[in-house]
Design a protein around this ligand. Structure first.
Ligand SMILES: *Cc1c(COP(=O)(O)O)cnc(C)c1O
Length: 387
């Protein structure tokens, strides 16, 4: 790792950058080479430079930067958020083990723990991350991993995260947290005692909706084990995507701060609008987890969900969405452009009406990934679409 800097804004620019600069290049060039001349000697297989092994100059620079910005020993990049999540879970769980995951999981993760892990003899139970008193009862002698998300999708709930890390330490579990929605700007899990922080870098870390990638962050020992598993599973990131993520990362602080500011202003506007029944944003005092979010997070992120007033059926909601000029109707999140989606028809499409109800997700809930457009333009767009 290059010199350590105090502030994340400086780390985003300078940490992990190779020194001296390669051929004097201010930016790490793309090393579009699948394999590298061997240096000879006693290197282990994983030390041989080969793109699948995630150890080219592009991987190294990026991973060092990622570790630095979350104040951790090590980081690993993956071909997608799901590649990072699955490699991490498969590293820490064996046949016969038990996993605790928070309810309201990201759809892909939910699918993996309910459809794939049982195939390998791993059982899973769900728990309410906001209710620490209920956790002990869910524990089994074979529980190995506890898994949460910093801010949940799409209701933007924030669990008792410090207690999750404490609970894991007390019971000898590996604690994992999907930190995608908060980004390292607003929450750095390792500082809160988590073992593993995971990201879909597709979202805020890259920030420009042009890369699919994932990140694992944690101790050198644990990240190395996950890295070796990933080398065998094969979900490595290519050099070109490393380059794009490295470029995107440099403006993370500027982007996410603006998204946070815009999201708060939009959430406040929507909350005051007569056609809106309920707004979900952890930075609004009306959000059930507002107090906890205020203590845990340094910002509330760029995601806002809302439900229109009771008489509005799905047709009216779609009508409003179609009238909007700025937000693009698309799933995913975290890019510089605002995106809008109906979770029941996108991220949560696989859920039945009953399951949606149990998860507390209204069929007409709308989710906005707020971009960095002028907030006046965004608010005006929503005002005229709602009228
Ligand atoms: C998108 C997302 C993922 C999956 O990431 P991919 O890069 O699409 O594989 C995981 N967790 C959260 C919270 C996400 O938003």
């Amino acid at each position: 790792m290059s010199q350590d800097y105090e502030h994340i804004e400086t780390k985003l620019i300078h940490s992990g950058e190779p020194l001296p600069h390669i051929e004097g290049a201010v930016v790490v060039p793309i090393f579009q080479s699948s394999t590298y001349e061997s240096g000879g000697g006693e290197a282990r297989w994983d030390d041989i430079k080969y793109m699948r092994l995630g150890n080219t100059p592009n991987h190294k620079a990026l991973q060092d930067k990622l570790a630095a910005i979350e104040n951790a020993e090590a980081a690993l990049v993956s071909a997608s958020g799901m590649a990072a999540i699955t490699a991490s879970l498969l590293t820490c769980l064996s046949c016969g083990d038990h996993l605790l995951v928070q309810d309201n999981l990201y759809g892909g993760t939910f699918g993996f723990v309910t459809k794939d892990l049982p195939q390998y003899g791993v059982s899973t139970d769900f728990f309410d991350a906001g209710d620490p008193d209920s956790w002990e009862a869910k524990l089994k002698p074979n529980t190995r991993v506890i898994y949460v998300e910093t801010i949940s999708n799409p209701l933007l709930k924030v669990g008792a995260l410090n207690q999750v890390a404490e609970f894991a330490r007390k019971h000898g579990l590996v604690s994992m947290i999907d930190n995608t929605f908060a980004s390292p700007l607003y929450f750095r899990p390792i500082e809160h005692g988590f073992d593993i922080s995971l990201h879909s870098a597709t979202k805020y870390l890259n920030g420009h909706s042009d890369v699919v990638a994932g990140v694992v962050i944690g101790s050198a020992e644990l990240v190395d084990r996950i890295h070796q598993k990933q080398n065998r599973l094969g979900g490595s990131l290519d050099a070109n995507s490393c380059f794009l993520m490295q470029r995107g990362l440099k403006t993370l602080a500027l982007r996410v701060r603006q998204q946070n500011e815009n999201a708060l202003a939009l959430a406040e506007f929507l909350e005051g609008h007569h056609r809106i029944e309920k707004v979900f944003y952890p930075g609004l005092p009306s959000h059930p987890d507002y107090e906890r979010a205020k203590k845990l997070l340094e910002g509330y992120g760029g995601m806002v969900s809302f439900v229109m007033a009771a008489e509005a059926g799905i047709k009216t909601v779609k009508n409003v969405l179609n009238k909007l000029q700025l937000p693009i109707k698309a799933p995913s999140l975290g890019g510089v452009e605002s995106l809008i989606t109906i979770p029941a028809e996108s991220s949560h499409r696989g859920l039945s009406a009953e399951e949606l109800e149990r998860a507390g997700i209204p069929e007409t809930l709308v989710r906005v990934s707020v971009g960095i457009e002028a907030v006046e333009d965004l608010i005006e767009d929503f005002r005229s679409a709602l009228e």
